[in-house]
Structures are given as structure tokens and as C-alpha cells.
Ligand binder design. Structure first.
Ligand SMILES: [Zn+2]
Length: 397
């Protein structure tokens, strides 16, 4: 364990009076030796008794950020592309379309690979487009890139002195930021008169029309904060902004909340209670997750009872959480009644068993059970194995 028992103050009201809703069990494998071992990070998710805000209350250390952001070089795949009718980025552009004109300075904070800015670039002329992120994945001649730590935006204030922004964009970033009010305050300082900020975050309103919140990454160690439209309203006011437009939509299984913010002349310092807040969504996610684990466990046990060897594909976080919750499975791994397959961990050992490469499943005629719960991962595994002779079983469908 990397962590202490400390908890942080609420990022909205600064009080420290939490009702703990759940604990997210995250981590990575230490693969430095043949025998892999787990480095656990537990994130407690709290509901502020004072203002109702929902956030991870475990302090983030440099080590936590390293593990969360640099253990994997790939950009996270948030959307299940094949299940989408419309591009989420086109829908982001649609939301701000009426305000986009030629000749503006448009800056994307946390631009990622710059998809939104590239869409804008196709539609406007004589504009200044700026991407701000800790890496430069934009790789475009028509976009200026500023390398910045998004948790310390004041470091780059000099850039905006002579380049005030007409439209600031920050999509799927505010949930990752340690101090969202300071973050919005900084962007507000860089706005031109009448400038706007477009924010998109996962929508954590209760009773969403999303069937399976446990197979999304909405509750994730990278997501410090869980917002509803009302919590964004409170945060906006505290940053001297107001919501002038909002939209709630669902793409695939990702509920999305979009707001457009404008500078407000009178700043509100009174913190009111957020209603509704994200508590129900977080609890639903953990209830569903536990249910998924139970279904997978029951499937494994019933196969073992039929004297079958059980083949599990995917030795990741969900697999690790499963054997932590159901530790009677460990003996079956040790006795090789359960066999483990994983492409990137192949030839490493876990509980004395050599992990096999998933590529051997291609030409075998085995029954194989997928372990990852996250939708895009399962989708990718099913796509890879489409023409394999093994029978792939999805225990979560
Ligand atoms: Zn609070």
C-alpha cells in the first residue's frame, strides 16, 4: 500500500466531514520479476455532509499520479466506438457551434490528441487555436501547443496576457483536476471580455438511463470528482461564472453533461447544498460491480463442479478484485484447475502458475471466460478473437 489514512478537505466547501460511500480498489502489477505482485491503491469516495459534493477523499500523491497516468502509454479509450451513432467530438462542436466564428482565439485545456480543435480548424479561418496539455499528442501545424500541468495553470499565465481567449474548451478534464474551482478561476483570468468556457464531464445524475454503469470508467481512480448539473452550478458561482447553456446526453453508455460558462459580475461566496448530487450513481456502480463479480464467480464454480478446467482471459484489476473477494478461487489457480491467459503478462507467474499468452487461444477449441468488466476492453477482446476457434464467454452480458 502506498497510502496513509489521511483524507482531504472537500474541494467545494473546504470542510472535512465525509460520509464514505464506497472504496474503489485500483492498482497495477509489479512486473519487475517473473512472479508478479500487486501494488494496490484504494480510493475512498466520500459524500460531503456539509455541501453534498461527491469526490475521492484519499489524497493524491506524486506516486498515485505516476501509477494512474504513466503506467500505460496509450490514450484511454473512453467511448465504445462501434456502438456510437454520432461522433462525441462532433456533438461537442455542435454544442458551441453558434458561438464559433472566424478570427477567434480558441484554447482547449487538456486537449488530448486535439480532435475537437482539429474539427474547429476545418470550419473556421484566421483563428488562433491553442492546445494545452502535459503531453503534445496534437501534432498539428495549425495548432499551437503549450505544455502545462493542468493542476497548475497559473504557470502559463504569461502566454495569455496578449492572447486572451474567446472560447476556452475543457472536456473530460474537470473530473481529473484536484482543485476544480482554482482551475476555473485560472481559465477565467485568461478569458477576453465576454469570453466563454465550455466544460464537459461525465454526468453523475441519479437514476441515469444507462443500464450498466459498472462497465464504464465513470468511477475511476483518475476521476477525483463526480458532478451533476447542480454541482457544476455551485462550482461555477464560486469561480465567478454562471451557466448560460447546458445539455445532457448519452453516447453509447457514457452519460455526458455539457455546460457553457460566462463571467458573472457578482461573485457568490455562499455555499449551498448540491441537489441532486452523485451519491446514488456511485452507490449503483458498486452494487452492479459486486453483482458482476458474483455472476463470474458462480460461473467459474459451476464449471469446476463439472470437472472442467476453467480458462480465464485477462489478468487485470477485475481479475485481481475477483480473487480478493472470493479467495477460495486461489486454491484452484494454485492447483491449475483455473488457467490464466493474458497477452501482456505472458510468461510471468502468479500464484505459482505460468500465465499463458492469449494468442494460444487462437487455434485451440477451449471455452474461455473474459474477466475484464470495462466495456471497451471486452469489446476489443471480442473483436480480436472473432475468428478464433476458441469459444469466448462474456459473463457480464
Ligand atoms: Zn463540501
Amino acid at each position: 500500500m502506498l497510502q496513509s489514512n489521511e483524507v482531504v478537505n472537500c474541494a467545494i466547501c473546504q470542510k472535512c466531514d465525509w460520509n464514505i460511500l464506497a472504496t474503489l480498489k485500483s492498482g497495477i502489477w509489479d512486473t519487475n520479476s517473473i512472479d508478479i505482485s500487486r501494488i494496490n491503491i484504494n480510493f475512498h469516495i466520500g459524500n460531503c455532509r456539509n455541501c453534498n459534493h461527491v469526490q475521492i477523499i484519499t489524497p493524491y500523491t506524486i506516486d498515485t499520479f505516476k501509477i494512474l497516468y504513466f503506467s500505460n502509454n496509450a490514450e484511454p479509450d473512453m467511448w465504445c466506438e462501434s456502438s456510437l451513432e454520432n461522433s462525441p467530438y462532433a456533438q461537442m462542436y455542435e454544442f458551441i457551434n453558434e458561438y464559433v466564428r472566424d478570427g477567434l482565439h480558441i484554447a482547449d485545456f487538456g486537449a488530448g490528441s486535439g480532435v475537437t480543435l482539429k474539427l474547429i480548424n476545418e470550419r473556421v479561418n484566421n483563428s488562433t487555436l491553442t492546445s494545452i496539455d502535459f503531453h503534445d499528442y496534437t501534432q498539428s501545424d495549425s495548432i499551437n501547443h503549450i505544455k502545462a500541468d493542468l493542476n497548475n495553470l497559473s504557470d502559463i499565465s504569461s502566454y495569455f496576457k496578449n492572447n486572451p481567449i474567446q472560447i476556452a474548451i475543457s472536456t473530460h478534464v474537470l473530473e481529473h483536476i484536484v482543485n476544480p474551482i482554482e482551475y476555473l478561476n485560472n481559465i477565467t483570468k485568461y478569458l477576453d471580455v465576454g469570453g466563454l468556457i465550455f466544460i464537459e464531464v461525465p454526468d453523475c445524475k441519479p437514476k441515469l438511463s444507462v443500464q450498466n454503469i459498472a462497465s464504464t470508467n465513470i468511477v475511476h481512480g483518475q476521476h477525483i470528482h463526480y458532478y451533476t448539473l447542480d454541482s457544476l452550478d455551485v462550482i461555477a458561482h464560486l469561480a465567478g461564472l454562471k451557466i448560460i447553456k447546458s445539455n445532457q446526453l448519452v453516447s453509447g453508455n457514457i452519460p455526458r453533461l455539457q455546460v457553457l460558462l460566462k463571467k458573472y459580475t457578482t461573485r457568490h461566496d455562499i455555499i449551498r447544498k448540491i441537489n441532486p448530487c452523485a451519491d446514488i450513481l456511485v452507490i449503483d456502480r458498486f452494487t452492479q460491480y459486486t453483482e458482476h463479480q458474483k455472476n463470474l464467480y458462480n460461473l467459474i464454480i459451476s464449471s469446476l463442479k463439472d470437472n472442467k478446467v476453467v480458462n480465464l482471459w485477462g489478468v487485470g484489476g477485475d481479475f485481481y478484485n475477483l480473487i480478493t473477494s472470493y479467495s477460495d478461487l486461489i486454491q484452484y489457480i494454485e492447483s491449475k484447475k483455473i488457467l490464466l491467459y493474458d497477452y501482456s503478462l505472458a510468461n510471468h507467474r502468479f500464484l505459482g502458475q505460468k500465465i499463458l499468452s492469449s494468442t494460444v487461444l487462437k487455434d485451440s477449441e477451449l471455452e474461455v471466460i473474459l474477466t475484464p468488466i470495462y466495456d471497451p476492453t471486452r469489446e476489443r477482446m471480442k473483436k480480436i478473437s472473432r475468428n478464433w476457434s476458441s469459444i469466448i464467454i462474456d459473463p457480464y452480458e
